[in-house]
Ligand binder design. Structure first.
Ligand SMILES: Cc1cc2nc3c(=O)[nH]c(=O)nc-3n(C[C@H](O)[C@H](O)[C@H](O)COP(=O)(O)OP(=O)(O)OC[C@H]3O[C@@H](n4cnc5c(N)ncnc54)[C@H](O)[C@@H]3O)c2cc1C
Length: 389
């Protein structure tokens, strides 16, 4: 590894800037949106205007040109403040596919507009109802006809599609039966949602346990100009895999932020809530789960930092990115449980925000990749055990 791992509060200016913005978006703001399953437009605008969503876009295209670790800090701080970055986090990592594999013309056309906030690239359509985690078997077809592709099929759980201008879509350009390897024959397209709606693209909200603005997308012979293909036809799965390490590191950072919020909230409460004439935090049954969650969070933080340092040094980081996601998701879930239990009945009261954060952090066990699939990755790729699926 060529880069040392930053310890302590790195990027202090970013941390201070995010904390300042988040102070304007207290629990009541998120509770109200949660009840209505509505999009945090004001919060996303504040982050955009301050330039945080353009952190990873190179300066030549109007962004800040910062390393992934800076984005990791942004997302951790948002979640540690009790807010939620799910409404806009995708822009930070899916933009990488366009940056690494897009043509000079595509980058010139889109990146400056994304950096300025004129265009939102927030939607990433991979998951399908019938194939789930088995991404290489996805069925949405994009058939070349002259200078267009005709796209037909269905996606599920495409978050933010109704609040994004652009969609990064993974679709099949060669039937699975005609490919040599499972990942072959898939291609990535950058689709303009605004001009596609009603012309072969329909998007329906998918109400969920958390306010994630997620949707189902239906493609019925949508015509997409061939100029919207990213990179080479048939290599899309590889391009998407490239971006997945970044996604896992960033989502792990959100989980870390959640864990910190839960532990801080619970410790504050445990010091001040008196039952049986003493603070509940004096009881080891209350104290120890919080202490354990804190230790798990600090350990996960180290793995997140290691993964980000490797990524930013341009080195392979698959094992670290996956382990960071696994450990941080577990830390946040255990911290959420401890926080909920520490609050007794009040943990379930909406006004405390704990039940909302607890629901939100549960997602990290499932998406963007489930815990089982990370364990399977560690078993196969790190320990050299037989592939289990
Ligand atoms: C709120 C939310 C937002 C999302 N946003 C997006 C998005 O923006 N874009 C997008 O493309 N997708 C999105 N997803 C989809 C998400 O990535 C998938 O839900 C996730 O990858 C799991 O896939 P699945 O739901 O189809 O589960 P399945 O693949 O059906 O798996 C179900 C269960 O079986 C387990 N399992 C499956 N196979 C194995 C195996 N071989 N070994 C052990 N266990 C196994 C899994 O771990 C899981 O627990 C989102 C999902 C949610 C809930």
């Amino acid at each position: 590894m060529t880069q040392s791992i930053p310890l302590g509060e790195d990027f202090p200016e970013i941390r201070a800037g995010i904390r300042k913005i988040c102070a304007d978006f207290p629990g009541a703001y998120w509770r109200d949106l949660d009840a209505r399953q509505d999009y945090p437009s004001a919060f996303v605008s504040a982050l955009t205007e301050a330039g945080y969503l353009a952190a990873l876009i190179p300066e030549d295209y109007g962004g800040a040109g910062l390393p992934l670790r800076a984005a990791s800090v942004i997302l951790e701080e948002i979640h540690a403040a009790g807010c939620n970055a799910a409404a806009c986090h995708a822009q930070l990592y899916i933009m990488g596919t366009l940056l690494r594999h897009g043509s000079a013309e595509q980058k010139r056309l889109y990146l400056p507009q994304i950096a300025s906030g004129a265009l939102r690239l927030q939607a990433f359509g991979v998951t399908e109802p019938s194939t789930g985690t088995d991404t290489t078997q996805l069925k949405t077809r994009a058939e070349r006809q002259g200078d267009t592709y005709v796209v037909s099929g269905q996606k599920v759980w495409t978050s933010r599609a109704l609040h994004s201008d652009l969609l990064l879509l993974l679709a099949r350009t060669t039937p699975a039966t005609e490919t040599k390897r499972r990942g072959d024959g898939l291609s990535v397209f950058l689709i303009d949602i605004r001009t596609s709606l009603g012309k072969g693209l329909e998007i329906r909200p998918l109400p969920a346990m958390i306010n994630h603005n997620t949707t189902e997308m239906f493609f019925d012979a949508l015509r997409v100009p061939a100029s919207q293909l990213i990179g080479e036809e048939g290599k899309g799965f590889r391009y998407i895999l490239d971006g997945m390490n970044a996604e896992r590191i960033l989502i792990a950072s959100e989980a870390l932020g959640d864990a910190r919020w839960f532990i801080r909230t619970a410790a504050d409460y445990a010091k001040t809530r008196h039952v049986f004439d003493r603070p509940i935090g004096q009881n080891q049954g209350v104290q120890f789960p919080l202490a354990r969650a804190h230790a798990e969070t600090e350990a996960a933080d180290l793995m997140v930092r290691k993964a980000a340092a490797l990524f930013d040094a341009g080195e392979a980081c698959g094992p670290e990115a996956n382990m960071a996601k696994l450990l941080a998701a577990d830390a946040s879930w255990h911290a959420g449980e401890a926080c909920m239990q520490t609050h007794g009945g009040f943990g379930l009261a909406r006004e405390y925000d704990i039940e909302r954060k607890w629901r939100e952090t549960r997602l990290f066990q499932i998406a963007p990749i489930s815990t089982n699939l990370i364990l399977a990755y560690i078993g196969e790729h790190i320990l050299g055990l037989p592939r289990s699926y």
